[in-house]
Design a protein around this ligand. Structure first.
Ligand code: ZN
Length: 513
């Protein structure tokens, strides 16, 4: 028995050391994005690359592999469900970290950083031809990476890439959910825009100084349950959330003084990621890092599940009428007379405008998923070899026309708009829509448990959302797969129906049809 405990304890302590090193690396990254003077860039690159090397050494060490094998062979450990799940996830991480040859990792990083520069220039010049050879290289390298991982049972090459972001996801399962969603969403958007009454944009255009937006944002995230004693909110160009260490979660946002909703929903989104990080079992009852800190049991499940938390708060709480019943009088206190003249209903409607736009990151709640599904279909075809890179712009434009009924004016507003493919993030896009789908299904479960949810939110009581998420998502770490977690929490496999019901119900009301 002593040896059983010894092996598992040594394994957890190695993982904890790697996690501690990794938290130092993330602190360097956070500082670079927020307060570091630009003169520090070169030295910071050296610090970050040294840290990355140290972390990779730990994550691929022979001793770690031996300990995982010993735990897999140990009957006592395997009889303990939590420990067995922890070891299973450590095996997955170890295999992934050791399967890629060092030479391929370096080439991906090297070509990726040059392809990213090429992409920036090509997008600026609206010149796909200049980016085409780089994309060709990145798709080729990604295919090699997928071959090293291996095609999963019953799957395809693309699945191996997606596995980095959404473990065990299969493109054919995602396609089965996305196809009906795409058709119904396209029809909904057409009906709203052709037959509905568009909301007045006035409430979105009220001028609000950054300091007031910041104060209001802090008020909102505290109400959500984001703990400011173990977290903070700073300003940056690209908003993000960093679950830095036990008891230390950092959020960033940005302020546009003529579009306060951009910052508000960005802040709520990042705070949704933040309450997930704060709810993971990284801290013990004594306030010290917990016994499982650094292991998968204290880690977030997947990008899709992470997005379900951020989009849940942003869209299902923040863009609801109930939220504005509470938030409108609070915002009046910060935003002044220009905002006071609008009603709760005016603000709620302005927060739910639907538009046929070309740019994914500016898209509204309904059309956003169409943008994601377009990319999923195209990148899957590129990896399968069914779509030649030179044919990408034409295929993009024709699918876009089918979906939204408008012509893409140029490649800068078409297939050149996202940075992802330039540095090999292929298989990442579907996690955005998976997040929306999980969020919708989770909120139906929350509502079934708390039928007066809207009345509570209207009074500023958001604890039903937080408590449900703590129990069914946050506390579990990576104990179950995302689909098991969804079934256990909601009693059903993931489907498109809850998201469609949510969007149909809300947006038909907003557009008066
Ligand atoms: Zn997010």
């Amino acid at each position: 028995m002593a040896s059983t405990n010894g092996v598992y304890a040594e394994l957890c302590s190695l993982k904890r050391e790697a996690a501690t090193l990794s938290s130092v690396a993330h602190l360097l990254g956070w500082d670079q994005e927020t307060y570091m003077p630009s003169g520090g860039t070169a030295a910071r690159a050296e610090q970050s690359s040294l840290m990355a090397g140290l972390i990779h050494e730990r994550e691929t060490s022979e001793r770690l592999g031996e300990l995982i094998s010993a735990c897999e062979a140990d009957k006592d450990i395997q009889a303990d469900d939590a420990k067995a799940a922890n070891v299973r996830e450590m095996r997955r991480d170890y295999d992934k970290a050791t399967k890629l040859p060092g030479e391929l990792v370096k080439e991906l990083a090297n070509v990726g950083s040059r392809a990213q520069d090429a992409w920036k220039a090509a997008r600026k010049a609206n010149d796909f031809k200049a980016f085409e050879p780089w994309l060709e290289k990145m798709v080729g390298l990604s295919r090699r990476k997928a071959e090293c991982y291996g095609v999963p049972d019953g799957g395809e090459l693309y699945d191996a890439l997606m596995d980095d972001y959404e473990a065990d996801a299969r493109a054919k399962d995602i396609e089965a959910v996305f196809t009906p969603l795409r058709e119904k969403l396209s029809a909904l958007v057409k009906d709203l825009l052709d037959n509905g009454t568009a909301p007045d944009l006035g409430p979105r255009r009220v001028h609000v100084p950054g300091a007031q937006q910041h104060a209001f944002g802090l008020r909102v995230i505290e109400q959500m349950g984001f703990d400011l004693k173990t977290g903070r909110l700073d300003t940056t160009t690209h908003p993000f959330c960093e679950g830095l260490a036990p008891g230390d979660t950092r959020l960033t946002t940005r302020y546009d003084e003529d579009y306060f909703m951009g910052a508000l929903y960005g802040t709520m989104h990042e705070a949704g990621h933040g309450v997930y990080e704060q709810g993971l079992p990284k801290v013990g009852d004594d306030g010290e890092p917990s016994a499982v800190y650094g292991t998968p049991l204290a880690d977030s499940r997947s990008l899709g599940i992470h997005e379900s938390q951020s989009r849940g708060w942003e869209n299902f709480v923040g863009r609801s009428r109930a939220f504005w019943e509470w938030a409108k009088p609070v915002a009046d206190g910060f935003f002044g007379d220009a905002f006071k003249k609008y009603s709760v209903d005016d603000v709620f409607r302005a927060a739910n405008v639907v538009e046929r736009s070309y740019i994914r990151v500016e898209a509204d709640e309904a059309t956003y998923n169409l943008h994601v599904m377009l990319r999923f279909g195209l990148e899957r075809a590129m990896i399968a070899g069914d779509l030649a890179i030179k044919d990408l712009p034409g295929e993009w434009n024709s699918r876009f026309r089918d979906m939204l009924g408008v012509e893409v004016p140029d490649d800068a507003r078409g297939c050149l708009q996202d940075v992802h493919w330039s540095f090999g993030l292929i298989g990442y896009f579907p996690t955005y829509t998976l997040g929306n789908l999980y969020a919708a299904q989770f909120f139906e479960a929350i509502r079934a448990e708390t039928p007066d949810l809207d009345d509570r939110i209207a009074k500023g009581d958001m604890s039903a959302v937080l408590d449900w998420s703590r129990t069914h998502v946050h506390a579990l770490g990576r104990r179950y797969s995302a689909s098991e977690m969804c079934e256990k929490a909601t009693g059903k496999a993931l489907s498109a129906e809850p998201l469609l019901r949510h969007l149909e119900g809300k947006l038909r009301g907003v557009y008066g049809i």
